[in-house]
Ligand binder design. Structure first.
Ligand code: HEM
Length: 523
């Protein structure tokens, strides 16, 4: 199963990809790949049945279009005729039908808020939801209140979550000297750290997102005057204070910090905050195996972005006019050398190990990217928490193919910052020896650190292979995943293609490991 280039896209065996647990893709009929869908949308066919007209859709009208053969859904106030997309949806028709004739925003966001539906469904747009009668009345007034727009799905965000007292919501202030502006955000939380602050300064636009538990605070401003691109981000962990220190281009006194931009000073659930992308320049591409490359991207000078261990980002590219988004887990640039500086890669670059599927859609375009060209990279996401590694005595990592990528930083963090750790054992499944990523580095690491052991398992070894053979199995796991003491605290991380994951999890459960002891990077 591993490393087989596929006609379908996204490539089913692509372990580089990350998804939330429990979701499943369905096999699509031939001729129903993403590329086929893009072709159809560019064919000039009338996909809405409205001959290019855009209409206002009432709730009653929307509800009428709730059949497979006539299906409309509303996402963020806009209505799409998704009947032609049914057979192309990687999650299957039944999943799409859950939102038939209704507002599918919440459902969509729960499953894959990162999917770029606006771009993919451009040609399916029927129109926007009509304002409800109560709101419609007000529309005759020149200003429609934000409250009414929320009712109609145009804006879905509240400024403060219901269950939050106003006093606990972050707030900001600013002060200046002759040469600098300091913006201070008081998060009112003690456990802030720099991984929870993602900031971008471009031209005069300052966007700072702070992750406060399950919530996101956003500072978003067009600054009054120009500042230098490089800003300093300082986090006072104990008092939960975050400072953006900006260098003025001209020495003059600012009367105002700037003009608020979209969602400025808002505090919402993390999952409700749209994904933000910045353009990163490709600095280098290095072969790490016959079909896999290490990409090094430069973050813009005004960007502060650290990807926490076990988290991923989304890469976005425009392919024949349609924006396509895919998740990838960044890796440290070198397995061994970064161990000197645990968990903190240099903050200017971001590295990805990506397998190229020649018949895929996304990775060949990535592969063709020239040095100096740009690709958009999102803010980090993920549900792995460092606290899961606290007090762990035995760490087991099971990866198939490029399911290796989330393991790299995990390894690095575990071996450098975990105090109680007795053993880290990594079982790495591949098809052939040529597919093993960073084999030398892993072997070197095992020589350097007595706690670390690596085992390679091949499903199609060539003659002469002396290591383990086969696919993930109960017998392989029962020999490998063993507590070093009968009561030792264990964490088992697993990442690979869907069948690998499903079987692996089942075998681990059969061996008596609890769901708390297993973390799935379901890729
Ligand atoms: C609102 C109802 C929807 C539900 C319940 C739903 C559900 C799902 C599920 C279960 C999957 C498979 C799991 C995965 O790998 O991510 C999936 C995949 C996908 N869906 Fe939907 N979907 C919905 C709407 C849409 C819409 C409107 C689009 C429009 C473009 C869309 C595009 C996709 C794409 C591109 C994937 C593949 C994601 C990947 O590359 O991993 N879905 N969906």
């Amino acid at each position: 199963m591993l490393n087989v280039p596929s006609q379908a896209f996204p490539a089913p065996g692509s372990q580089q990809r990350v998804a939330a647990g429990g979701r499943s893709k369905v096999p699509l009929k031939p001729g129903r790949s993403l590329m086929d869908w893009i072709r159809l949308t560019k064919s000039g066919k009338d996909l809405t049945g409205l001959k290019g007209r855009l209409i206002e859709v009432t709730e009653e009208e929307l509800a009428k279009h709730n059949k497979r053969t006539d299906c409309w859904i509303c996402i963020r106030g806009l209505v799409y005729n998704i009947t032609p997309y049914m057979e192309y949806h990687p999650g299957g028709e039944d999943e799409l039908m859950k939102a038939a004739g209704a507002d599918g925003t919440e459902l969509f966001d729960q499953v894959h808020r990162w999917v770029n539906y606006e771009s993919m469904l451009k040609e399916c747009m029927v129109g926007r939801m009509a304002l409800k009668p109560f709101a419609a009345l007000k529309e005759s007034c020149p200003i429609v209140s934000e409250e009414n727009r929320i009712l109609n799905g145009l804006f879905s965000k509240k400024k403060v979550p219901d269950n939050y007292s106003k006093e606990a919501v972050p707030s900001y202030d600013w002060f200046q000297t002759d040469g600098s502006i300091t913006v201070v955000i008081y998060t009112k939380q003690k456990d802030m750290n720099s991984e929870l602050v993602i900031a971008d300064l471009q031209e005069r636009k300052l966007r700072g997102e702070l992750i406060v538990k399950d919530y996101s605070y956003l500072l978003h401003l067009e600054l009054s005057y120009a500042v230098h691109e490089d800003m300093i981000v300082q986090v006072s962990e104990k008092v939960g204070k975050v400072e953006f220190i900006l260098k003025k281009k001209e020495i003059l006194s600012w009367k105002k910090l700037g003009q608020p931009l979209e969602s400025h000073n808002s505090f919402v659930k993390r999952t409700e905050r749209g994904l933000y992308y910045r353009k990163c320049r490709l600095l280098s591409k290095t072969n790490v195996s016959h079909d896999t490359q290490l990409f090094c991207l430069a973050l813009p000078l005004g960007t502060h972005l650290l990807v926490p261990v076990g988290h991923h980002v989304y890469l976005r590219q425009t392919i024949t006019g349609t924006e396509i988004v895919k998740p990838y887990t960044p890796v440290p640039s070198f397995l061994v050398s970064t161990f000197k500086n645990p968990c903190h890669d240099d903050q200017l670059h971001i590295f990805f190990i990506i397998k190229i599927y020649p018949s895929g859609l996304f990775t060949p375009v990535l592969d063709a990217l020239q040095i100096g060209e740009y690709i958009s990279v999102s803010n980090p996401e993920g549900n792995f928490m460092k606290s899961q590694m606290e007090d762990v005595e035995d760490l087991f990592l099971l990866a198939g193919g490029t399911g290796f990528t989330p393991m790299v930083k995990l390894l690095s963090c575990a071996l450098t910052s975990s105090n109680n750790l007795r053993a880290v054992k990594f079982m790495f499944f591949n098809k052939t020896e040529d597919d093993i990523l960073w084999r030398n580095q892993l072997e070197q690491l095992a020589l350097n650190d007595a706690r670390f052991e690596v085992q390679f398992v091949l499903s199609e070894p060539k003659k002469g292979w002396k290591g383990k053979e086969g696919k993930i199995s109960s017998s392989l796991l029962s020999q490998f995943v063993k507590r070093s003491k009968c009561d030792s605290k264990v964490l088992i991380c697993i990442c690979g293609p869907p069948p690998f994951m499903e079987q692996g999890i089942q075998f681990l459960q059969d061996l008596g490991y609890s769901s708390k002891e297993i973390h799935c990077f379901t890729a």
